[in-house]
Each structure stands twice: as structure tokens, then as C-alpha cells.
Design a protein around this ligand. Structure first.
Ligand SMILES: Nc1ncnc2c1ncn2[C@@H]1O[C@H](COP(=O)(O)OP(=O)(O)OP(=O)(O)O)[C@@H](O)[C@H]1O
Length: 296
């Protein structure tokens, strides 16, 4: 597997604000990397530095093992800012403007439009497009020149459920066709559905990085409803490795070590006089992992 992007100790300060702190990771060919984090955690700062829109305070990165200023812009596609387009021009004319701005031949337009499934809409005015179609057009602009990797900042922002599905399917199709993708998002469910890898940021610090399946099988979630919550709380206080993800009344959602077995759990509860109404143990989802990592 070839490293497409290697980031080493990247740090960015805005005055006294530490937006990114010693950020290190590697993206290899074939990955769809989701960058997750609460508002202000440094996602846009990171992507802007990677796309040469901002300078880091320290640290460095390479694309294709090459310093960023030596990489031809056609090798990396990006959708970082809100997409700009001219509503009263056709899709083709909008694409021509983008190609001109990027100094890419018009021959690149048809393959890019084809890949996002908008060929039948070539001559239609962009004003008639749904939000999902506009976003697909913006992704087609990022695909001009057939880059190996594309970088998308919040591609489903503002889209209705139908538009979200369109963009989700498109990301999967592009990846299946050999394009690697880095996508910053607030939409945890989308990231779980579309990404192979995930990086979770909090206040500029990388909290977790790895394969989605790997991270989601690293722990389990136990959902337990009890009649005497005070006994359960005592038990949890003496077992700091078990985290409370959420509590609603007498119902608790707990993050437990993968090796904890349902039987030992039930025995522990009985030994602590905890009266259990219901108990269920299941796999972790990305939202639960995210909540436990970012609130610490
Ligand atoms: N141009 C700037 N000048 C000063 N501070 C900035 C600037 N841009 C970002 N910041 C600060 O840097 C931190 C990281 O911001 P950034 O926009 O990268 O986060 P984000 O994760 O993309 O947030 P969001 O999810 O809200 O888009 C925040 O504290 C933000 O206020």
C-alpha cells in the first residue's frame, strides 16, 4: 500500500488558540478517512493546511512522499469551501469555468461528470438542480484531472436525506473505482457507513485513529435497566474501567471492555445486590465511541 499522505507533528496556532497540536497520521491508497470532531476541534484548519490554504505553525506533511509545493494540483481534488457555481449557466459551462481556473483541459470534463452520474444533465441549468445534484457537481469539479485522492469538508452539510444518500453512494462508488477520500464531517452515522478509517479530534488533539471496524470492536456497549440505581452507581464507582455513556432514569448505557462477558457481568450485579430489570450487550457504534472520546 502506498502512502498518499503522511502528516508529522502538524501544529497550528492562531495567536493563543491552539487549533491543531502535534497531529500525526498516514493515509494509504484505498482508504476513505473520516475526520471527526466537535465544532472548533481543528478539522477545517487541518484540511486547509493540507490544501495549501494556510501555513502550519510547525510540523510537516507530504503528499505521495513529495513536499506539498512540488505536487501537481491535479493529483489532489478538493471541496473545502462552500461550492461556487453559476446557477444560470449549464452544468457543462460551470465545469468549463472550473477547468479553466485549474488549468485543466476541457477533455477532463466528461469523465468527471460521468463519475458523479450527471451526464444526462450536461446541458441543464444548475439552478434547476437539487441540493444533492449541486453537491455531486461540486464533487465533479474536485474530480477534474482524475486525482488519486479527494478532500471533502462536510459534503453532506445542508442536504436533505435524499441528497445525503446521493453523496454517500457517490463516495462509495468513487472509492470502489480507486479514488481515496478524506472527508471531514459532523455526521457520525454517515462516517460509519462510508469510511474505512476514522480520526477523531478534540481541541486540536488526535483522540483516536484507526480502521472503523477495528475501533468499533475494541469495546462493547451494555444497556442495563435496574430497580436500585444507587447500587449500580456504587458498583461503577469501584469499577472505573466501565464508563457510563448515557443515563436516562434507571436505564444506563455502559462502555465495557470487550473481554467482559455477559455472564460475569450478571454475577457481579447479583453480588452487589443490583436488581436488574433488563440487560443487553451489543457492539459499539461510532456515535458512542465519539461521545466517550470527546467528552473526557
Ligand atoms: N482564522 C482564524 N483566526 C483565529 N482563530 C481561528 C481561525 N480559524 C479557526 N480558528 C480557531 O481554531 C480552532 C479550530 O477551528 P476549525 O475551524 O479548524 O475547527 P472545525 O473543527 O473545523 O470547526 P467546525 O466543525 O465548527 O467547522 C477554533 O478554536 C477556532 O475558533
Amino acid at each position: 500500500m502506498h502512502a498518499l499522505l503522511s502528516i508529522n507533528n502538524l501544529t497550528k496556532n492562531y495567536g493563543t488558540t491552539e487549533a491543531l497540536c502535534n497531529f500525526t497520521l498516514e493515509v494509504v491508497e484505498g482508504q476513505v478517512l473520516g475526520i471527526l470532531g466537535p465544532n472548533g476541534s481543528g478539522k477545517t484548519t487541518l484540511l486547509s493546511i493540507l490544501m495549501g490554504l494556510r501555513y502550519p505553525t510547525s510540523g510537516h506533511f507530504t503528499w505521495f512522499n513529495t513536499p506539498p509545493n512540488h505536487v501537481p494540483t491535479t493529483r489532489i481534488g478538493a471541496l473545502i469551501e462552500v461550492p461556487t457555481f453559476y446557477p444560470y449557466l449549464s452544468l457543462y459551462d460551470n465545469m468549463r469555468i472550473s477547468a479553466l481556473a485549474k488549468n485543466i483541459s476541457y477533455n477532463a470534463i466528461f469523465p468527471a461528470i460521468e463519475r458523479v452520474g450527471l451526464t444526462p444533465n450536461l446541458k441543464a441549468k444548475v439552478a434547476t438542480f437539487s441540493l444533492g445534484m449541486k453537491q455531486r457537481m461540486a464533487i465533479a469539479q474536485a474530480l477534474l484531472g482524475n486525482p488519486k485522492i479527494i478532500v471533502l469538508d462536510e459534503p453532506t452539510n445542508g442536504l436533505d436525506p435524499e441528497g445525503i444518500v446521493e453523496v454517500r453512494n457517490l463516495i462509495k462508488e468513487l472509492n470502489a473505482g480507486g479514488t481515496s477520500i478524506i472527508v471531514a464531517s459532523h455526521n457520525l452515522d454517515e462516517v460509519q457507513r462510508t469510511c474505512t478509517h476514522v480520526a477523531i479530534l478534540k481541541k486540536g488533539h488526535l483522540q483516536a485513529f484507526g480502521g472503523v471496524n477495528e475501533l468499533l470492536t475494541s469495546a462493547k456497549v451494555a444497556i442495563v435497566e435496574v430497580r436500585n440505581p444507587e447500587n449500580l452507581i456504587d458498583f461503577l464507582n469501584s469499577n472505573p474501567t466501565i464508563e457510563v455513556i448515557e443515563r436516562v432514569g434507571n436505564s444506563f448505557k455502559l462502555l465495557v471492555n470487550k473481554s467482559e462477558h455477559q455472564v460475569t457481568f450478571i454475577t457481579d450485579f447479583q453480588n452487589h445486590g443490583i436488581a436488574v430489570n433488563s440487560f443487553e450487550i451489543r457492539n459499539l457504534n461510532l456515535e458512542e465511541l465519539f461521545i466517550t472520546l470527546v467528552r473526557k
